[in-house]
Design a protein around this ligand. Sequence first.
Ligand code: 13P
Length: 249
Amino acid sequence: MKKKLIAGNWKMNGSLAANEALVRALQAGLATHTASCDVAVCVPAPYLAQAQGLLAAGGIALGAQDVSAFEVGAYTGEASASMLKEFGVRYCLVGHSERRLYHGETDVLVATKAQRALAAGITPIVCIGETLAEREAGRTEEVVKRQLAAVIAANGHCVSEIVVAYEPVWAIGTGKTASPEQAQQVHAVLRAQLHAASAHADRIQILYGGSMNAANANQLLAQADIDGGLIGGAALKSADFLTIIAAAQ
Ligand code: 13P
């Protein structure tokens, strides 16, 4: 059975002092119960060097929250995949709904970002998910399949190297979690789509994200096609994040 992945997305939160306290508390917690799942934290770009140092002891992988679709050059404000790699970045979120919404990221741009990450040896965590209006219009499957299809088209057989995160937009930061059945239903659709695209789709971890917390993680992670979680708010509280990691064992 493949390992689960529990990834924290710190979003635009933190400070040098808060990051250190959070990582030290996670490390102390993991020292007593070694995680049998993969664990990562996706930190804001200015803190990559700090996080690289703090995480050097091992046990928690370093993730970034975005990557440029370009390789190098006159792209003010952007960070390339090779730059992220120099800081020991193992995972990179691409296409988070907040980037799609506030920065106009399209399916094609997200697919290119995934490609850049893969080329640098970084695992892209490709985020997809429908809005409330799309769900209410019965368009959930169509939307997530379209978002994933762009990544499959751009990445060919390399798609088996990605991680997918299904994050219904209406569940992010709202306290409204998809029910385990709702999430499983979408994950099964995504799994079938990945199988049709790659002979090695079995190894692809499909994470759920959207108000996953210490209380609901167990049930979500028990679903057949939920291979982990992408956690926002609850990843900023060490006790909650550790509980979610324990639920993934
Ligand atoms: P919350 O866990 O705060 O709902 O955020 C989910 C998310 O967007 C993770 O990427």
